[in-house]
Write a protein that binds this ligand. Structure first.
Ligand code: ADP
Length: 203
């Protein structure tokens, strides 16, 4: 018996890591995140996101391929071994992030991205993607309130984040069977309850 993969998606500040943790506790699932959950992934994450890498030149295609390489390694080291033991896995970002950020945000052709994603995932898709939808300005306020250093993607600004948000919404509304859209501008516990009740239907 293989476990199920559930992905939390949305822009930074939408509450993905908060909800991933709560969901994993509620259903006793394993958790992972992208980018950066493997040794290779930490190197990729540092190159892509850290402000200390701001002078590093990375083309949009290279950025997409690095994100996808991070996913290939996360699948090989964390996701597949857990699923094959029958464990459910909650992942904070998966292929939806690549389509939203590098496709809708950066403007790379989404079919080409899908081909590259398939190389990394061998067709593995989440049973359910949960989209925490939130206006970009509110998400930016939440991130700013954490006091964390703003990363390279977050520096792209509100127009970029709006394109990413709209990309997520288009993708999710076109695939209602494996996307669940939630308004994330509500209390953490309310969101957790809605997610849990949707996920319980799957398990
Ligand atoms: P993400 O992983 O999507 O970047 P986080 O879960 O790290 O988002 O949340 C970003 C910040 O917003 C954190 O300080 C978190 O406590 C806060 N936060 C998360 N969900 C909510 C919510 N529903 N309402 C208010 N603040 C929230």
């Amino acid at each position: 018996m293989t476990g199920k993969l559930i992905a939390l998606e949305g822009i930074d500040g939408s509450g993905k890591s908060t909800q991933a943790k709560l969901l994993a506790q509620s259903i006793d699932a394993d958790t992972t995140f992208e980018p950066g959950a493997t040794e290779l992934g930490t190197i990729i994450r540092k190159s892509l996101l850290h402000s200390s890498s701001k002078d590093l030149s990375i083309s949009v295609e290279a950025e997409a391929l690095l994100m996808i390489a991070d996913r290939a390694q996360d699948i090989a080291e964390n996701i597949t071994p857990a699923l094959s033991l029958g464990r459910n896995v909650v992942v904070d970002r998966f292929s939806g992030s690549t389509i939203a950020y590098q496709g809708y945000g950066r403007g790379i052709n989404t079919e080409k991205l899908q081909d590259a994603i398939r190389l990394a995932t061998d067709g593995l898709e989440p049973t359910l993607n949960i989209l925490l939808d939130i206006p970009a300005d509110l998400a930016m306020e939440r991130v700013a309130a954490t006091g964390k250093q703003i990363d390279r993607m977050e520096k792209l600004g509100i127009d970029f984040l709006n394109r990413v948000r709209q990309g997520y919404l288009s993708m999710a509304s076109a695939n209602p069977d494996n996307w669940y859209i939630l308004d994330s501008d509500r209390p953490i516990d309310d969101i957790a309850e809605l997610i849990l009740s949707r996920v319980k239907d799957l398990l």
